[in-house]
Design a protein around this ligand. Sequence first.
Ligand code: FHN
Length: 444
Amino acid sequence: MAQNQLVESQRQKDHRLGWWREAKFGMFIHWGLYAIPAGVWKGQEIPGVGEWIMNRARIPVREYEQLAKQFNPVKFNAEEWVRLAKEAGMKYLVITAKHHDGFAMYDSKVSDYDIVDATPFARDPMKELAKACQKAGIKFCFYYSHVQDWHHPDAAGNTWDYDPEKQNFARYFEEKAKPQVRELLTQYGPLGLLWFDTPRNISREQGEEMVALVRQLQPYCIINGRIGHGLGDYRQMGDNQIPPNVVEGDWETPATINDTWGYKKNDHNWKPVEVLLFKLVDIVSKGGNYLLNVGPTAEGIIPQPSGERLLALGRWLKVNGEAIYGTGPTPFRQHLNQTKWRCTTKPGKLYLHLFEWPEGTFEVPGLNNPVKRAYLLADPEHKPLAVVQTEGKVGITLPPAAPDPICSVVVLEIKGKPEVTILPLPQEAGGKYREVPPRSSPPN
Ligand code: FHN
């Protein structure tokens, strides 16, 4: 694509998004000064997500910025974090270069309010992470809060220190946001994507300027949906939101393992591995990517409950990754109101993810394609399973025990593109992974 060019052909876009479409699963990291109070300010538990503590507790800039003097994450080890992402089967890593609190977690020349200039740590963890990701073959990506910056007098969000009437957003945008994004695009090697957030009052023109900056400096860098004005390369679902059915086009759900993004010492509401695995498969079967968050502590440690769960997902993916990476959505769109099974696809193959192991036979509803063979993905020999095909129904005979205690994958090799008959209502329902509405999300 030519420099400064905003319009590209579908082929160019497909080429640029190729790795991300294949990836399906990424690690989100929210890490910043907010990990020090970790949800508690002056002895009081502050409700809401951890990284919003400055806003929720109305902490004045001059007070909040003092946290920088204490920020010394001596246990931070970039290689360990990246190893965890890799073992979890995650293919990209998106980390907060600057969240809404305005503090840069990298060495910025635009402002001294950054981890190298303002903390005793005085290291640039982003340099270390970029290097570790490159070594491990994981796409390194930045989150950047381009509109909200509670530290800057002209940015959006801080109404307790600054008078919105006197603010000049354009000044912040020109003097801090754009120059910092330029730094991120020029100091850390090739970025997989830039993840913007809470577009709020950004104008279309400003959004376009940001896109142009990215395209000019790193033409291959993907831009997420929350840049605003529909200018991103893919659609961003709401936090922890999974659509009820297949959504066409490129999309991603950012999600938490407990109920916060930034570390909160008293949030122990960890989702079980079963739920996380169901969400991963559910999202992929509907055509999306799952960006799953960890919130490291102020010492630089990824909380143990997050680590354990990610490793369990990784173990499952080692066996069943073929049914996730690079797959397309389910052709059984009428069967997404139950949580017993899901389906993902590749040309000539259906992957049936069974969360409940039926006794004897699994009935595939409405499939009209001739079936070539069926086998368990976990079986290294791919021994054929007996298949009985009658009109509009395929019965697969299963062994008595499921190979995986949570989700076992049956591969069905078929002739041609999947053709599924729409059945008369009522549809199948039930299953144990009832969707629980997420706890309070912060306002945007
Ligand atoms: O306000 C932020 C929030 O702190 C967090 O970063 C999430 C992640 O998707 N995004 C915003 C809320 O949607």
